[in-house]
Design a protein around this ligand. Structure first.
Ligand SMILES: *Cc1c(COP(=O)(O)O)cnc(C)c1O
Length: 344
């Protein structure tokens, strides 16, 4: 089976498994796991932030970040198509008494500054309204097809947020994909945000984990919230060791992007497929099949040996990652052609 449902299906490489087996470990809740400490220091430096903290998941990384920024009763301005709004069970509302205000995402993943401005009360301090505690961005933007936020946009949001005195959190689950696509450092992608999280467990290929980074005071709050939520892990160096290898090999993400472009170009030649290859910037390809319901396309592809996913709004999603080779891309195209061809 060629697995293209998500880059979360990446399996730890032999080098990761060796590093895990050999990892020097300690009790990380005591701050005494040397491999975790090394990973956190390396991450902070990579992202240009004071401190970083290992998390069990991206969901907990975002939740602790939102809670660390937002007092009870405040609201978070967040894109309506983002992971934080759609796929994280409104954790900050449940745990922290923080509400979410979903704002429209433009096709390229941005939230317009006008939409952000409309999230604030007309008169500052009007007691009828919840105060804005945080602005959240997502880069790359999953439901916008792995779009990279346009250069300059993060800066605009930074200026806007500074005028309003509100912090900015970046959900950079695929931050390294954004950096690879733009040809810039991870720190450049994270630069305009007060806090950032990225997933080790997606395209980077590690089995488990996310990293949160920000100021020293912010990460201290995140660390307490992580423990409160049950995310304090003991000999977590086993995971950090795999993460170190993942960071060593992050350069390979460009290959996934090339495979996604090839897949999209190939799909554009398949009769019945609607796809915009020029929209593919990273490792995610969104497409539609005219006249066939997405679940039927998924089922037929699966029968042919290719696993893809339904992705809302009548779309399908195929994701390239380290488990997908160049020949797999050609095979996937053959499978899709055959799966939908019999109706044409
Ligand atoms: C996957 C993902 C997350 C959540 O990460 P988990 O480790 O699955 O909890 C957050 N944001 C985005 C954009 C994601 O793609």
């Amino acid at each position: 089976m060629i697995e293209m449902r998500s880059d979360t299906f990446t399996l730890p490489t032999p080098a990761m498994r060796r590093a895990m087996a050999d990892a020097e470990v300690g009790d990380d809740v005591y701050g005494e796991d040397p491999t975790v400490n090394a990973l956190e220091e390396r991450t902070a430096a990579l992202l240009g932030k004071e401190r970083a903290c290992l998390m069990p998941s991206g969901t907990m990384a975002n939740l602790t970040s939102v809670l660390a920024h937002c007092p009870r009763g405040t609201k978070v301005l967040v894109g309506a198509e983002t992971d934080i709004y759609l796929y994280e069970a409104h954790g900050a509302a449940v745990v922290g008494g923080v509400s979410y205000e979903p704002l429209p995402n433009l096709p390229d993943g941005r939230i317009s500054l006008d939409a952000l401005a409309a999230g604030f009360p007309e008169e500052e301090g009007d007691p009828q309204f919840a105060e804005v505690g945080l602005i959240c961005l997502e880069n790359t933007h999953n439901r916008c097809g792995g779009a990279v936020l346009p250069p300059g946009y993060a800066e605009e949001v930074r200026r806007f947020a500074d005028e309003r005195g509100v912090p900015v959190h970046l959900d950079g689950a695929r931050l390294f994909n954004a950096a690879a696509a733009m040809g810039v450092s991870p720190a450049a992608v994270a630069g305009h945000a007060d806090s950032v999280q990225f997933c080790l467990s997606k395209g980077l290929g590690a089995p488990i984990g996310s990293m949160v980074a920000g100021s020293e005071a912010f990460v201290a709050r995140v660390r307490r919230l992580r423990k409160m939520l049950g995310g304090g892990m003991r000999q977590a160096g086993i995971l950090a060791a795999a993460a170190m290898v993942a960071l060593d090999t992050a350069g390979r993400l460009a290959e996934d992007h090339e495979h996604a472009r090839l897949l999209a170009k190939g799909l554009a030649d398949v009769p019945g497929v609607e796809v915009d290859p020029s929209a593919v910037q990273t490792n995610i390809v969104l497409f539609r099949v005219a006249g066939l319901a997405p679940p039927e396309v998924v089922r037929r592809c699966r029968d042919g040996g290719l696993s893809i996913g339904e992705f809302g709004h009548g779309r399908l999603r195929a994701v390239t990652h380290l488990g997908v080779t160049r020949p797999d891309v050609d095979t996937a195209l053959d499978i899709i052609r055959t799966a939908i061809g019999r109706d044409r």
